[in-house]
Design a protein around this ligand. Structure first.
Ligand code: SF4
Length: 271
């Protein structure tokens, strides 16, 4: 309750996003993350209403642009915990370009993508994660494009923390959110979050969701990619993680160094 705002969620009954919200409440509470030191940034979509329901600071930005806002915030205020939330349309369609460059920069922010494989807010058109052949109002003869693979994409972009959770298992998802926030670097959490109004029911994913074997080596990227490419199962847990310098740390170090930069010494050496 420490993280719950007074605004009641306006999602449809049975929406998967309730489970992700509960996981966020639980994960933040377990870390005792100060609400005045935490900012939740979103784009536009059903799941992007998220910041309204949290007692932290929030920024409900523009469609596909949550990541530029979040990155700017973290660069300007490295002391804040920055969590970016949104849906598959926001991150993998209009915001896909931002995802690529944010991942490569390894800025210390956490991204939680609530993936329902459909556009819910606009009433059921295909999204990048809709499966090939899926029939909707926008694809009456079936989707001709291939299905976007979020985990394999994150791994190929060298993301330093890659995990998947399921909104029907909020306790496990809370642990992933917690580890993602604690990770120093860009953490990517793919949260399966059904849209029973326009597509999936929980039953469909209940059958496919499979926890990653406890013996999985989270530094073995080849194995992580093999798990990500599995089509029959939706593996959950941490696929991959590594520690490496973040861009926000490196930039602030450069700023500090530039304050003691001696131009006369530089000219003498390189003239
Ligand atoms: Fe959730 Fe779908 Fe309703 Fe949007 S349309 S609130 S994603 S169930």
């Amino acid at each position: 309750k420490d993280y719950k705002s007074e605004v009641k969620p306006t999602w449809c009954p049975g929406c998967g996003d309730f489970g992700v919200l509960n996981a966020a409440f639980r994960g933040l509470a377990e870390m005792k993350l100060p609400t005045d030191q935490t900012v939740v940034v979103s784009g536009i979509g059903c799941s992007s209403r998220f910041p309204h329901f949290m007692k932290t600071f929030g920024f409900h930005s523009v469609h596909g642009r949550a990541l530029p806002v979040a990155q700017g915030l973290k660069m300007a205020r490295p002391d804040l915990n920055v969590i970016t939330v949104g849906g598959d349309g926001d991150f993998f369609s209009i915001g896909a370009g931002h995802l690529i460059h944010a991942a490569l920069r390894n800025i210390d922010i956490t991204v939680v993508v609530m993936d329902n494989e459909i556009y819910g807010l606009t009433k059921g058109q295909t999204s990048p994660t809709s499966p090939h052949g899926h029939v909707t109002k926008s694809t009456p003869y079936g989707l001709l494009a291939s299905q976007f693979n979020p985990i394999a994409t994150a791994l190929s972009l060298n993301v330093s923390f890659v995990a998947r959770g399921y909104s029907a298992k909020p306790k496990d998802l809370a642990a992933l959110i917690q580890q993602g926030v604690q990770h120093k670097g860009f953490s990517f959490i793919h949260a399966l979050s059904p849209c029973p109004t326009f597509y999936h029911t929980f039953d469909a994913w209940d059958a496919a969701v499979t926890p990653i074997d406890s013996g999985h080596d989270t530094q073995d990227k080849a194995q992580a990619i093999a798990l990500a490419l599995e089509t029959e199962k939706q593996y959950t847990g941490i696929f991959y993680k590594e520690e490496r310098p973040t861009m926000d740390q490196a930039a602030h170090q450069l700023v500090q160094e530039s304050k003691s930069f001696d131009i006369a010494q530089y000219m003498q050496r390189y003239a």
